[in-house]
Design a binder for this molecule. Structure first.
Ligand code: SAH
Ligand code: SF4
Length: 450
């Protein structure tokens, strides 16, 4: 296929927005492009092909994409042979595809999350037929899993490994089930093979991905649950850590907690989004658990895994939420003391149940609640980090800060640590003694005794 390259090799810029699943998809997009002969660039002016891999989870993410796509008009004017492609969750929404069709005529190719594997063919059609191509796949494609796609991994130390696709939960605020299709799991054989390949290649921090990993394996011909999968992977010898996200509290079991506690390589880190601390709001969100059930699970986990690091996602200002109900969220974070929180202001998504609910609280008021929650969490994170001073942490060293010269890495609980050391440590584990804490970041020094 002839891409009209301006240089010796065709150059592609692939920009991914949003969650880790999107990052993993972006690596498959890049893998295919690499096999087609593309090299990669970060510079729009140098690119022969620009792909934006978009996120639809909140309005803010979508606005950024529209703004950035709009700005490409000028790049295209300077380089008319440039091919502009958009993919990812936004493109699975009919109204978005329609807006691109009408208002962004310089976009050449639009493809959805279910047809990533068709990229070579779609690009070929775009180029050879000189027409705009829109492809979202049919119903059968949102149920299938395509194995064996080439992957261009962005890092050498950390890797993403998708274990399941889609989501069947239909939380009332969330667009994911509409844009990612039904839940489907990869076979344990395919996962173990990819996992072993990553360990052999020297990856040290492997994150298993799925919208709700706790429902992994339900629909397989021979059902396997997520704890069983974790055990299979943990049995692989090597020097590495396993993480996973996201766990849904309604499906997280004691068996899962016991598996983490007994694992050889499984991080003592659990990302368990609770979304709201109030039972009425949780019910309206269709989350399938209560505050009490969530807290019971956390109590069990803390009892079994003493150094457990907990992180979570929260939504502030769900339609109809009152200030008193919001205060239940604040009290929940005070009780649990999360290491860190991803906090979001509710954003209405077209087609979801919550988008049709009355939402009387003004945006300004929600922003105040949001600030209140963040300030409370900052205090909690700072006090948790301060409590770690004097401990020795096993840190996976990721990179060196160009300005300060300090090495940067993460503890098993996913907390950032800065410490002085030689760059030869990058990509491996180091034992670091924590000497001080700056809010949610730790400072340390190499532990001489190790
Ligand atoms: N599958 C994961 C999360 C997927 S989306 C889970 O169930 O936990 C990541 C986070 O974005 C969610 O946990 C939620 O906190 C937030 N989110 C999703 N939809 C949102 C919306 N409409 N408005 C604000 N935040 C939202
Ligand atoms: Fe969205 Fe809920 Fe599915 Fe997570 S579990 S992706 S929040 S619908």
């Amino acid at each position: 296929m002839a891409v009209r390259a301006r240089g010796a090799v065709p150059m592609a810029l692939v920009h991914t927005y949003g969650c880790q699943q999107n990052v993993a998809d972006g690596e498959k997009i890049k893998g295919q492009l690499e096999e087609m002969g593309f090299s990669f660039t970060d510079r729009e002016d140098e690119a022969d092909l620009i792909i934006f891999n978009t996120c639809a989870v909140r309005e803010h993410a979508e606005d950024r994409v529209f703004g950035n796509v709009g700005a490409l008009k000028n790049v295209k004017r300077r380089h008319p042979s440039l091919i502009i492609a958009l993919c990812g969750c936004m493109m699975e929404q009919e109204h978005v595809a329609e807006r691109i069709r009408k208002s962004f005529p310089f976009v050449n190719l639009v493809f959805g999350t279910h047809v990533i594997h068709k990229l070579p063919e779609l690009l070929f059609t775009t180029i050879t037929q000189s027409r705009r191509v829109f492809e979202r796949g049919d119903d059968s494609e949102d149920k299938q899993i395509v194995e064996g796609l080439p992957v261009h991994r962005d890092g050498n130390t950390k890797a993403w490994l998708t274990v399941m696709y889609g989501c069947d939960n239909f939380c009332s605020y969330c667009v994911v089930p509409y844009v990612r299709g039904r839940e489907r799991s990869r076979t344990p054989e395919a996962i173990v093979e990819e996992f072993k390949g990553l360990v052999d290649a020297g990856y040290k921090d492997i994150t298993l991905l799925g919208q709700n990993v706790n429902s992994y394996g339900k629909h397989l011909d021979e059902p396997v649950n997520f704890s069983q999968l974790l055990k299979m992977l943990d049995a692989v010898d090597g020097d590495y850590r396993i993480r996973f996200m996201t766990s849904h509290p309604k499906d997280a079991t004691h068996e899962l907690i016991d598996t983490i506690a007994q694992g050889r390589h499984i991080s003592h880190h659990l990302h368990l989004p609770f979304q709201s601390g109030n039972n009425r709001v949780l019910k309206e969100m269709n989350r399938g658990y209560s505050r009490e059930k969530y807290l019971d699970l956390i109590a069990y986990a803390r009892e079994k895994i003493l150094d457990l690091s907990l992180t979570s996602d929260v939504i502030v200002g769900f339609p109809g939420e009152t200030y008193e109900e919001f205060l239940d969220t604040v009290s929940l974070i005070q009780t649990v003391e999360f290491t860190s929180l991803f906090t979001f202001i509710y954003s209405p998504r077209v087609g979801t149940r919550a988008a049709k609910m009355p939402d009387p609280i003004p945006a300004k008021e929600k922003s105040k609640w949001f600030a209140e929650l963040c300030s409370e969490q900052e205090k909690i994170a700072a006090s948790r980090c301060a409590g770690m001073v004097g401990t020795v942490q096993r840190v996976l060293v990721e990179e060196q800060n160009e300005k300060t010269g300090l090495l940067f890495g993460r503890t098993d609980g996913n907390i950032v640590v800065d410490f002085p050391g030689d760059e030869s440590l990058i990509g491996g584990f180091a034992d670091v003694k924590i000497t001080s804490a700056r809010n949610w970041i730790l400072n340390g020094e190499l532990n001489q005794l190790s």
